[in-house]
Design a protein around this ligand. Structure first.
Ligand code: BGC
Length: 424
């Protein structure tokens, strides 16, 4: 049985600057990795040296058959000190964008993917009312310089992740999608050290991952609104949105209210700010099941991914339907994927997820593309290099890239713009 996708469907894969570029020295996450008592398993170091090897990497992705590449521009590089912009860094990203076009890939650019410049912490980070304007100024600069090359832009990645993480940590001891270890969440020591390294004190140290209270959520929303306005003023035809991490919140009898509450907590606070957007970046990895007492652990016989959460590709379809029922914006699936060393399971995961996407499209939901997370095995935040999400493997000793079967599988689907649900 074959399923067709709309013409112009965006088939691609995604990365984030800190996770692939290497040596993102000026960012808050780099500081946290190196702080005494750091919860980060590895240091990002050279990562997969994408900052140098982007041309080779982009050529690989295009060669596989993909037509879209989502990557992020690093604020900490573009603006190493407040108001002090680097033209050399802009030239770098200009060339990344050019390489995309030369290889027939549509770029989808994220302007903030978790990391912020160290200096932002001196000004109170994501708890400061000055941050939205600072962020918008950075976005303005990027768009003044290279905006004509950016057709799709996400101001921020997973604005709601901090709320999702907070919820998970307080409810039970499981590992949330981005891989932050619960036991370190409130540990003060390494945060204190990080604050010091950023030239400030704990009371001002407030990273993006902490933005889960009313004040910081308001700041994140305002940052999005100001950034969107700044971008639109320069390039009105750029498609602007943001992304959210959305688990499929399910319930067993008695857990309906808890599941609804969990969904509302991660979705509702951001809705007003995105009404004027051009598209919605939907990101999903798994489901969460709720009972009367709260979230339930995965069943004893459930298959778990390397991240410790349930293998459940059907979650994507459910989340798309739920979002589409309340939000009248085109949807771009800007992340969906699995960490596994069993590539056959990755192929199955992609196939099932896409079959769900296809059925949503058949029902008239406006879905513009599917971007697998991730293009490469890369730096999975606190888990370091131990989690392999990539459709391309990387030997970090030699930086050699190897396309996995799952990469060829996704590439074939992209080239044919259809998925054969029966053949691997
Ligand atoms: C993030 C990525 C991360 C991925 C897998 C998403 O929450 O955007 O940066 O690597 O999930 O955990």
């Amino acid at each position: 049985m074959k399923s067709l996708f709309p013409d112009q469907f965006m088939w691609g894969s995604a990365t984030a600057a800190h996770q692939v570029e290497g040596n993102n020295l000026n960012s808050d996450v780099w500081v946290e990795e190196h702080a005494e008592g750091s919860p980060y398993k590895d240091k990002s170091g050279d990562a997969i040296d994408h900052y140098q090897r982007y041309r080779e990497d982009i050529a690989l992705l295009a060669g596989m058959g993909l037509n879209t590449y989502r990557f992020s521009i690093e604020w900490a590089r573009v603006e190493p000190e407040p108001g002090d912009y680097s033209y050399a860094v802009i030239e770098h990203y200009r060339d990344v964008l050019k390489a995309c076009y030369e290889h027939g890939l549509t770029p989808v650019v994220t302007l903030h993917h978790f990391t912020s410049p160290r200096w932002l912490m001196r000004f109170g980070g994501w708890a400061s009312s000055e941050t939205p304007a600072r962020f918008a100024n950075y976005c303005k600069f990027v768009f003044e310089e290279i905006g004509e090359l950016i057709p799709y832009v996400q101001t921020m990645n997973e604005v709601n992740l901090p709320v999702l993480l907070k919820g998970l940590f307080t409810k039970m001891n499981i590992v949330p999608p981005v891989g932050i270890d619960a036991s370190y969440w409130t540990a003060p020591k390494w945060r204190e050290v990080s604050a010091e390294q950023c030239g400030t004190t704990m009371d001002r140290y407030f990273t993006f991952h902490m933005a889960s209270d009313d004040n910081s959520i308001r700041i994140v929303n305002e940052a999005h609104i100001l950034a969107r306005a700044a971008i639109k003023a320069i390039r009105p035809d750029a498609k602007v949105g943001l992304s959210m991490a959305l688990s499929d919140m399910q319930s067993i009898p008695g857990g309906e209210e808890n599941a609804q509450e969990a969904w509302d907590a991660i979705f509702q606070p951001y809705l007003a700010a995105i009404q004027e957007d051009d598209f919605f970046g939907l990101q999903n990895y798994t489901r969460e099941v709720y009972g009367a007492e709260g979230q339930l652990p995965p069943a004893m016989d459930a298959e778990l991914t390397q991240m410790g959460y349930e293998y459940y590709p059907e979650a994507l379809e459910n989340v798309i339907r739920r979002v589409a029922s309340v939000l009248k914006l085109p949807i771009l699936i800007s992340e969906n994927g699995i960490a596994t060393d069993n590539d056959a399971r990755r192929i199955e995961f992609i196939r099932s997820a896409l079959s769900g996407v296809q059925s949503c499209i058949a029902d008239g939901i406006d879905i513009r593309g599917y971007l697998y997370w991730s293009a490469f095995d890369n730096f999975e935040w606190q888990f370091g290099y131990s989690k392999t999400f990539g459709i391309i493997g990387v030997n970090r000793a030699t930086q050699e890239r190897t396309i996995k079967e799952s990469g060829n599988f996704l590439g074939r689907i992209a080239k044919n713009n259809e998925i054969d649900l029966t053949i691997s």
